[in-house]
Design a protein around this ligand. Sequence first.
Ligand code: FMN
Length: 186
Amino acid sequence: MKALVTVTHPRQDSLTHQVMQRFVEGLKKNNHEVDLLDLHHDGFNPVYTLEDERDWLNPSKVHTPEVRKEMNRILAADTLIFVFPLWQYSVPSMLKGYLDKVWNLGLFGKADGKKVLWICLTGGDQEHMSKYKREETLTHYLNVILAGYARMKESRVELLTDTLSESNQHIEGLLERAYQLGYEYA
Ligand SMILES: Cc1cc2nc3c(=O)[nH]c(=O)nc-3n(C[C@H](O)[C@H](O)[C@H](O)COP(=O)(O)O)c2cc1C
């Protein structure tokens, strides 16, 4: 299976990157092929411009080369995985910009039948995430509202919680879980 793994974090030694690396190690161990998109490091421009706007009078309007390139990477993949920290109970603006531009109008039906996995690191612990339906709301938004609109075959969310913990054991546990998620990915 070919996996497009998209990581969002400005710092390459962040826990988010470590989680991505462990997840990718697991995927590769299980012989999956990986295409890695590091939105910050690869210089993705998340700003939506006039050029990105749909021209309702011209349905065949061509996207910018940057957006076409990213759409083609999605088309070439069987599955999409996003690794990102929870910021303001949502995806970071960089990832939102990517989704605005590349998942434009639900990818125009081009991603039908693909799978998506959202690996979200949260500062809050599981109890915090359960309160006020925080986890439920985020999961509904990603799985049903976003992936459903793009007609993905399957979408699931994995939360890695309590990421600011000072316990090395807890952090090691999160990294091990990331590896297992990759290794068991099917
Ligand atoms: C701008 C910003 C906003 C954040 N918002 C939230 C939030 O809404 N809920 C939460 O649980 N943690 C929040 N956090 C904590 C991050 O989720 C946490 O820093 C991250 O999971 C740790 O991974 P990292 O070391 O790779 O950054 C926020 C952190 C930052 C920097």
